[in-house]
Ligand binder design. Structure first.
Ligand SMILES: C[S@@+](CC[C@H](N)C(=O)[O-])C[C@H]1O[C@@H](n2cnc3c(N)ncnc32)[C@H](O)[C@@H]1O
Length: 100
């Protein structure tokens, strides 16, 4: 399949995807937020006063969700890509496997 056709298929699939649409309505940067919600509903590990390090955080929906639902001691988000500002989150651009 040609690259152009693959991109069109991806765009069409995104348009139909209920979670993509829901994330736009709710103001989240990606549909990934619903995976975090589902995992947390099962394991209930997100609580107030925890410290969070979000590894590979871009575009940032997990950190958005945590920031707007919890009061964290510390919250750090790291990614190779730029991440737009998120309230109460310290953002670092870099490789999380980098020792420094
Ligand atoms: C699927 S996205 C994460 C989506 C995110 N959980 C959200 O809610 O928006 C995976 C991210 O991991 C990042 N990533 C992969 N390896 C990395 C590394 N070694 N250091 C920093 N970021 C990395 C990629 O750049 C990519 O943005």
């Amino acid at each position: 399949m040609k690259k152009n056709k693959i991109s069109k298929n991806w765009i069409n699939k995104q348009r139909r995807d209920i979670y993509v649409r829901q994330s736009k309505v709710e103001g989240y940067r990606s549909r990934a937020v619903y995976k975090l919600k589902e995992i947390n509903e099962k394991f209930k590990f997100l609580k107030n006063n925890i410290s969070v390090i979000d590894l590979g955080a871009a575009p940032g929906s997990w950190s958005q969700y945590i920031s707007s639902n919890l009061k964290c001691n510390k919250h750090l988000a790291i990614d190779l890509k730029e991440i737009e500002e998120i309230k109460n989150v310290k953002i670092l651009k870099g490789d999380f496997t980098d020792i420094e």
